[in-house]
Design a protein around this ligand. Structure first.
Ligand SMILES: Nc1nc2c(ncn2[C@@H]2O[C@H](COP(=O)(O)OP(=O)(O)OP(=O)(O)O)[C@@H](O)[C@H]2O)c(=O)[nH]1
Ligand SMILES: [Mg+2]
Length: 717
């Protein structure tokens, strides 16, 4: 619903004697030629003042002043209304120029009155008043046409009284799209007077423009998008249809009341009434097309714009039909079970062939978003500005290890890896407010990636969530996911399904390390990378791996230059393990500098070398009570998989029979902690024993059962 709270309604139309002197007074230029009738002898006004007066006083007065002063109506639904009566269409308006603005000040809506008993007033409205309004307001202000004095018109013997024919009315509505309604009324008989003003207010509060394209005669694409998302939210069983129960849930959410069986039948009849070529019902359930059809009928045929706006408001859309995100999203850099389940369901619902999502399927999933492209599409890279990384595999396939049937992703080009992606935020978890649009993210942009397997689909989401949790959640929300806050989704004792690895190095030139990074980032995914010593190696990828009967998503983010150590320190805490790569003693020095300069003691880390081990590194790890360096062989078959398994084990540390040592002096600290706990326990036990013996002494003096005596019987001392 439009957020306006103070509305001004202008009441316009012919006045007394107007027709006789009108021609000479029209001096302004109009886009439409004026053909003015001069043959009438009527002198009465069309009843503007009478309408206002009757509406306010609920009584028809035979005589009213020529022009009423501004009428301020008491607030209704939090909205105040001012009625502005005018005299005989007012010379001021006719003699004004549009550049000077409307002579009556700001106007939200216009009630244009004609006399239904005098057809010439209708023609004059058509030829003079409506072009004049268009000239002044450019079609931006909605107009409700009131055909007053129907009581007098009905006295006449003509088929339509003396008023306009239906054909003339249709042509008026066609020519002037800003005319929202034509209502027959009578101030004298208090017939439809309320309706005239109510509709004039509604036309402002529930504007038709954003939801219905009057030129094309169909719902706007923005409104269809919003409705499609709404349909998805209520299609709980994800069969692409709305069952009666789902329809009831929709009704309850929007209007807070339950639907009756008759209501449902009425809706279904309404849907089937339209002669559409597309399927509107299937197995007694409503298809998306059918759902859209309901709103088409409501707006185009029943002129009930308040219903669509109610739906939009309840579904959290603003006046421009942008989805308003909730105050805050979850910042957990790992997808919840509930979210993963939703994505899996979505995959199954949309994959059209062979268990893979085609680019068209992906486009269908994202068609409800403002920008119908997945967040990893490189054209949306701008949204990751301010995040610590952007998806390295943007616009490419991420192929799970060991599935050679999928073609390898193309090598990233230099332009894919613009420097903007590595900007490091002051906060490790970016907020939505910092995002900005990508370069080419127009709503018509089509997605070219795919086909995508289920694990690849999930990998992409895990990756986006690891880089920017709030962005991932906002995208999920946009495609129709609404968190049900299931308790089990948050309570998780299971091992994590996502393993987040941060690779840190502080040198660009070293080929060995660059190669190692490429190993981790790309060879893990079975892709060939053209090695270039100059190439920057940063970004984030994700791949899925079967481990101990569970799918684990490995998210690898690589930062190969550390310009803001404080920020990297904060970032490292979000990751499960940090990899410090090296390949000789010199690069090992760099790795230890990174370790000391950036990592705090509680951050798990592992030194990783290519090819062979190095003595200094091993000594360092022993001294720090860390795992020995992880060696990744570039030549031996299956080395990558071993490295991955090792990384996964690192994160599931607590599950290993012998825990891996990933934090410096972790074991020593644990032993010290145990010792403190043991000593603490001893001291506590001593205090308890002393206390009890004191009690015992007192108790035995009184002849009662001593506490120590009882304890002695239970405990073996
Ligand atoms: N029969 C009938 N007469 C009406 C009705 N409404 C107004 N009239 C009469 O029409 C005449 C003009 O009404 P006004 O309200 O003064 O018209 P107006 O449009 O304000 O005219 P100006 O102030 O001169 O611009 C009066 O004699 C009213 O009594 C109606 O619904 N039915
Ligand atoms: Mg008047």
């Amino acid at each position: 619903m439009n957020g306006r709270r103070q509305l001004s309604l202008l009441v316009l139309g012919e006045g007394e004697d107007e027709l006789d002197r009108s021609c000479s007074s029209v001096t302004w230029t109009l886009a439409h030629p004026t053909a003015l009738s001069q043959n009438t002898l009527h002198t009465d006004g069309v009843g503007k003042s009478s309408l206002v007066s009757t509406y306010v006083s609920r009584h028809f007065a035979e005589t009213v002043g020529p022009v009423l002063t501004r009428v301020f109506l008491p607030p209704e639904n939090g909205c105040t209304v001012t009625l502005i009566d005018t005299r005989g269409g007012d010379e001021t308006m006719k003699n004004s120029h549009s550049e000077m603005g409307c002579p009556f000040g700001h106007v939200d809506s216009i009630v244009l009155v004609f006399d239904a008993s005098r057809v010439e007033t209708f023609h004059r409205m058509n030829n003079l008043w409506l072009p004049l309004i268009e000239h002044f307001f450019g079609g931006d202000v909605p107009v409700v046409v009131a055909g007053n004095k129907v009581d007098a018109a009905e006295d006449k013997s003509e088929p339509h009284g003396a008023g306009p024919t239906p054909g003339q009315i249709v042509s008026l509505l066609k020519n002037f799209k800003f005319v929202r309604q034509l209502i027959k009324c009578s101030a004298k008989e208090l017939f439809n007077v309320d309706k005239v003003f109510r509709e004039a207010v509604s036309s402002v509060l529930y504007p038709i423009g954003p939801i219905f394209d009057l030129d094309r005669g169909k719902l706007t694409s923005a409104f269809e998008r919003a409705l499609t998302r709404t349909f998805r939210v209520f299609d709980v069983d994800k069969d692409g249809l709305l069952s009666d129960n789902e329809l009831k849930a929709f009704q309850r959410k929007i209007w807070g009341v339950a639907l009756t069986e008759q209501d449902i039948e009425r809706w279904k009849t309404m849907i089937s009434a339209g002669c559409l070529r597309e399927e509107v019902m299937r197995d007694g359930k409503i298809t998306l097309r059918g759902f859209l059809q309901i709103f088409d009928v409501l707006v185009a045929k029943e002129n009930k714009c308040s219903v669509p706006w109610r739906v939009l408001s309840m579904m959290k859309y603003d006046d421009d039909l942008n989805l308003i995100p909730p105050e805050e999203f979850d910042t957990e850099p790992e997808l919840k079970q509930e979210e993963v389940a939703y994505l899996e369901e979505g995959f199954r619902q949309y994959c059209s062939s062979g268990g893979m999502l085609s680019s068209k399927d992906i486009q269908s999933i994202f068609c409800v978003c403002d920008r119908p492209l997945p967040p990893w599409d490189k054209r949306r890279r701008g949204m990751f500005d301010g995040c610590h990384s952007f998806p390295r595999s943007a616009h490419q396939e991420v192929t799970p290890l060991g599935t050679p049937e999928c073609s390898p992703p193309p090598s990233p080009t230099q332009s894919d890896l613009g420097l903007s992606g590595i900007s490091i935020t002051s906060s490790p978890l970016p907020s939505i407010g910092t995002t900005s649009g990508g370069t080419d993210s127009s709503p018509t942009a089509s997605y070219k990636g795919g086909p995508m397997s289920l694990s690849s689909w999930l990998s992409h989401w895990h990756m986006v969530c690891a880089i920017a949790p709030t962005i991932a959640r906002e995208e999920l929300y946009q495609v129709g996911y609404v968190s049900r806050n299931l308790a089990q989704a948050t309570a998780r004792n299971d091992p994590p399904t996502t393993v987040k690895v941060l690779v840190l190095t502080d040198s660009l030139e070293e080929k060995g390390r660059a190669c190692l990074l490429e190993q981790l980032l790309w060879r893990l995914h079975g892709s060939e990378v053209v090695q270039d010593g100059e190439e920057r190696c940063f970004g984030t990828t994700c791949s899925s791996h079967e481990f101990e009967g569970r799918t684990t998503f490995l998210v690898v983010t690589c930062l190969d230059t550390i310009t803001k150590p404080d920020e990297v320190t904060a970032l490292a805490k979000v990751y499960d393990v940090v990899i410090l790569p090296f390949d000789d003693s010199e690069s090992f020095d760099v790795a230890t500098q990174v370790e000391h300069g950036v990592l705090t003691d509680e951050v798990p880390r592992i030194f990783t070398s290519i090819g062979e081990s190095h003595e200094t590194a091993e000594e360092h790890c022993i001294r720090m009570d860390l795992e020995p360096p992880l060696i990744i062989s570039t030549s031996s078959e299956g080395a990558d998989e071993l490295a991955i398994l090792h990384l996964i084990k690192c994160v599931r540390n607590e599950r290993e029979p012998v825990p891996l040592r990933l934090t410096p002096h972790g074991e020593r600290k644990k032993r010290a902690k145990r010792k403190v706990m043991f000593l603490g326990g001893l001291v506590t036990a001593g205090i308890v024993v002393l206390g009890l013996s004191a009690l015992n002494r007192r108790g035995s003096g009184q002849g009662g059962k001593s506490v120590l005596g009882i304890l002695r019987r239970i405990l073996p001392f």
